[in-house]
Ligand binder design. Structure first.
Ligand SMILES: Nc1ncnc2c1ncn2[C@@H]1O[C@H](COP(=O)(O)OP(=O)(O)OP(=O)(O)O)[C@@H](O)[C@H]1O
Length: 576
């Protein structure tokens, strides 16, 4: 909560102006019934037209002042609330950009999307309302009670019973509603999550004829959201009639008791009209206050959710030993007794990993699914940190590089290629700041995708994704390889990134990469691809089983021999 509202600091001036204008509105609202009473007592009762005109003019002047103050207040309130929500979205975005993978695992995407949309909107609306009426409402209650005492002490005593009663009741409603709104927001997260998964997996759902299953899943989440929202609003709405009932009772009392006072000559009609007017304004302010406190309780839940994200400790930052200027120069990589476990798991997925890849060498990594290949890859650009042992690049621990320099020297191509909305040019150029057309074209040529691009309707300007061309899996893989190659990295890491390519294209691509003389680590399932590497590392169950050339492994590693036989048949000429 505090974290979020500390972002209001830059808006002290507009907030101050908005509040000052609220005070002008407040003063006029409190004076109007007082002058109305005067007009009735001096003008209407005594049939004095001059008094009526004088008090009437003053009242019109006050009403016009309140009108002007209200308009200018709205302007400052909307300016502040919109700027505040813009800032919060920006801060959230920057924070999430700095998240490590471990941080990201804490929050499902849908929960982050809800924070960006629903929660920020909730804060924006509440702030606007807060600046318009939040302070005015309680002050009208307080000022209304005081003015009622100024007009007639005996009639005003009723306020001392009703107002504290209603305020206590409201605080109770607020406390209870706050938890209920938090549960509503969680349900919104769940609906968003199912919706997102559904949209992303639409093809799979259709191919597996799982429409009914998905519909049921969505219906359940949607029903839970509707039920939770209904329960919350029923509770909130039940508080309104109770409030109005108490206020109406006090009005009846004022009229009944006031009438007997007028008959006894202890009070005037003007006083009763003024007190009734104050009672109406106080009851309206209290119901307004209920409305705001409920909005505030929703905003409190939203601010808490946003604050959680803004306060997350980013667990992967530059190390204290990092040297600002150090950059990868050759690309030699050394793993020294590395162990790793995911923060969510107790058991290690990698144990005692030690090996060295020389600068410019190509190392293929092969192993069964789930054996830890991707986990090992993610440690090099520090997407996760090792839990034990160390990794060095060019004889220096990777923690001695800033994250920026470390990652700048590495071209990482993940297992599932991801393209952003935009053109093919944008997607390849994304890999390097200020990339020229020549850079993009050369990277595309090396990744063996240039010719395919030239056959597309708008060539490099062809849009990809929803409203553009849908590319095949192999084409996407090659574009994401081009995106890594355009950096001309010292270390290139391909996580099964050529799996969808035919052998001829793959071999041309690997040949082009060889010309770059970068150190290449490539995860692959295909022996034909691995054979082309300088050395092959066999990983099994999170441990290095063997490392060597194809021929060495054929003679030393039973697992490797089994994989070769499973792909080429038992007749494959084994090395002796
Ligand atoms: N984010 C994660 N959180 C927790 N455990 C994970 C996470 N990612 C992977 N694992 C676990 O770590 C182990 C190794 O997974 P990893 O993805 O490294 O294997 P892999 O060899 O690359 O598999 P594949 O060939 O199928 O891609 C698996 O048991 C997997 O369940």
């Amino acid at each position: 909560m505090k974290t979020v509202f500390s972002h209001l600091k830059p808006y002290k001036l507009p907030i101050g102006i908005a509040y000052s204008l609220t005070l002008i509105e407040l003063a006029t609202e409190l004076l109007l019934p007082f002058f109305l009473g005067k007009m009735i007592n001096q003008g209407v009762v005594h049939k004095d037209m001059d008094s009526i005109i004088m008090w009437g003019s003053i009242m019109i002047g006050l009403a016009f002042t309140a009108f002007l103050a209200g308009i200018i207040n709205s302007f400052f309130a909307s300016h502040t609330s919109l700027s505040f929500s813009y800032d919060i979205r920006k801060k959230l975005f920057e924070k999430i950009q700095s998240f490590s993978f471990a941080n990201l695992n804490q929050y499902p995407t849908s929960a982050l999307v809800t924070r960006f949309t629903n929660d920020v909107r909730q804060l924006q609306n509440t702030l606007f309302m807060g600046l318009r009426i939040m302070t005015k409402a309680p002050l009208i209650v307080l000022g209304g009670v005081i003015m009622a005492f100024v007009v007639n002490v005996e009639l005003a005593l009723i306020f001392l019973v009703t107002v504290p009663l209603l305020i206590t009741f409201l605080l109770w409603v607020l406390k209870k509603a706050s938890g209920m709104f938090e549960r509503v927001q969680k349900r919104v997260d769940s609906v968003n999550r199912v919706m997102q998964e559904n949209l992303a997996g639409m093809r799979l759902i259709k191919a597996f004829l799982r429409r009914n299953h998905e519909e049921n899943r969505f219906t359940k989440e949607n029903r839970d959201l509707a039920n939770q929202t209904r329960t919350t609003f029923r509770f909130v709405e039940a508080s309104m009639p109770i409030l109005l009932f108490v206020m109406n009772l006090s009005l009846i009392f004022i009229l009944w008791f006031g009438n007997s006072q007028v008959l006894a000559g202890q009070s005037s009609v003007g006083d009763i009209v003024a007190i009734v007017n104050y009672a109406l304004r106080v009851s309206m302010a209290i119901s307004m206050f209920t409305f705001i406190t409920l909005a505030f309780s929703r905003a409190k839940a939203s601010a808490g959710r946003i604050g959680d994200v803004l306060q997350v400790d980013v667990d992967l930052a530059d190390h204290t030993d990092a040297v600002e200027t150090a950059a990868i120069s050759n690309g030699k990589i050394e793993f020294d007794h590395v162990a790793f476990s995911y923060p969510s798991l107790k058991e290690s997925v990698l144990h005692e990993i030690s090996f060295t890849v020389n600068a410019g060498e190509r190392l293929a990594i092969i192993g069964a699914t789930g054996s830890g290949k991707t986990s090992l890859f993610q440690l090099v650009p520090r997407l996760y940190d090792v839990t034990d042992g160390s990794i060095a690049i060019d004889n220096k621990p990777i923690t001695s590089y800033t994250l920026e320099h470390l990652r700048r020297g590495i071209g990482y191509v993940p297992q599932n290629p991801l393209l952003f909305s935009g053109t093919i040019f944008d997607n390849i150029a994304w890999g390097k700041e200020h990339a020229s057309y020549r850079d993009v074209e050369q990277a595309a040529k090396d990744a063996q995708i240039h010719e395919t691009i030239m056959e597309l309707p708008d060539q490099y300007e062809t849009r990809v994704g929803q409203k553009g061309v849908n590319l095949s899996g192999g084409q996407k893989q090659r574009i994401s390889i081009a995106r890594a190659l355009i950096r001309r990295p010292k270390i290139l890491m391909l996580d099964d990134s050529t799996s969808a390519l035919d052998l001829a294209t793959e071999s041309r691509l690997l040949e082009a990469i060889k010309q770059d003389h970068c150190t290449t680590l490539m995860i692959t399932q295909k022996i034909s691809t691995a054979m082309d590497a300088d050395r092959i590392l066999v990983i099994d169950n999170g441990s290095v089983l063997a490392i060597g050339t194809h021929d060495e492994l054929l003679s030393h590693s039973k697992l490797y021999k089994d994989i070769v036989e499973s792909q080429f048949g038992k007749e494959y000429p084994h090395a002796n």
